[in-house]
Design a protein. Structure first.
Length: 291
């Protein structure tokens, strides 16, 4: 059902004076909610359309397109695109965005899910209220925020990555900012994070793990290559690398921080090619090297 906007209803949301005057001058009162946003976007008033979406919320409408190419688009419901999406500016979706091909946008925000059958390329921001899934890679010049993230190929981000849930990355991870996962992080390739790397659960990679700050995981960390940090390495339980484990100069390696000391041999062992320098806590399992 379409939402009808009235001037009285709009005033109740305390809009800015300039935006309200433009709304009245263009006779948008009493019209359809989505039509009003379309008019604003067409006039270059994308921020006004964003304000409407943020204040009046999503709708249950569905727009289905073969392809999408636009300067900007604000849609309050679910947007389904069978082919590719090319939006040079802002693409804002109240509910979910489902795309059969690839997505390229300046800014992409969805209230619920973003699904792409190809790759996702974004400039300033990629954000979803729920999950982001891409069959290929995800590349963002700025920040990435979502509940969960799944990619078939690599993840590259020039800013911070903030996930309330978990990340499953098919290939390598390259994050220039910080990477926070409320749950776990898994990658099929190398994980490289310049800022703080923080996972509420565990971290696992089929390659090496490199961090320009602290590495911390509530559960364990496992890498088939080296684990290296410029600062400390901290795990709640186990710590394992097929290569070396190395914290930064003057920093320690801490395993078993969420486990009682008597349980360290079973729940907080540390395994690597050689005993890490500065191993402060956890059970060094040197016998695993001879096995």
């Amino acid at each position: 059902m379409d939402m009808e906007l009235t001037q009285t209803f709009l005033r109740g949301k305390n809009p800015c004076a300039m935006g309200y005057r433009w709304f009245v001058r263009n006779n948008l009162g009493g019209g359809d909610y989505q039509a009003a946003m379309d008019t604003q976007v067409a006039a270059g008033r994308v921020d006004d359309a964003r304000w409407l979406l943020e204040n009046f919320g999503p709708t249950n409408t569905v727009l289905e397109l073969e392809h999408l190419e636009a300067d900007n688009l604000v849609y309050a419901g679910t947007l389904i695109v069978h082919g590719d999406v090319r939006v040079s500016g802002q693409l804002l979706v109240g509910r979910s965005l489902q795309v059969g091909g690839g997505i390229r946008a300046g800014t992409l925000e969805a209230g619920e899910n973003i699904h792409s059958g190809g790759a996702i390329f974004c400039g300033e921001l990629l954000q979803a209220g729920n999950a982001i899934k891409a069959a290929w890679s995800v590349e963002v010049q700025g920040a990435l925020r979502a509940a969960d993230l799944r990619t078939g190929w690599e993840l590259r981000c020039g800013g911070d990555v903030t996930l309330q849930g978990q990340a499953h990355i098919g290939q390598e991870v390259d994050v220039q900012g910080a990477l926070h996962c409320g749950k776990g992080l898994r990658a099929g390739g190398r994980i490289a994070v310049q800022g703080l790397l923080d996972a509420g659960h565990g971290i696992a990679t089929q390659d090496s793990l490199d961090c320009g700050n602290h590495i911390q995981a509530g559960w364990g960390i496992k890498a088939l290559g080296d684990i290296r940090a410029a600062c400390s390495i901290r795990t709640g339980e186990t710590l394992q690398a097929d290569g070396e484990i190395a914290a930064g100069p003057g920093y320690g390696v801490f395993a078993g921080m969420n486990v009682q000391m008597e349980a360290w041999p079973d729940c907080a062992w540390v395994r690597a090619l050689k005993k890490p320098l500065g191993l402060v806590s956890g059970h060094w399992d040197g016998a695993a090297l001879a096995a």
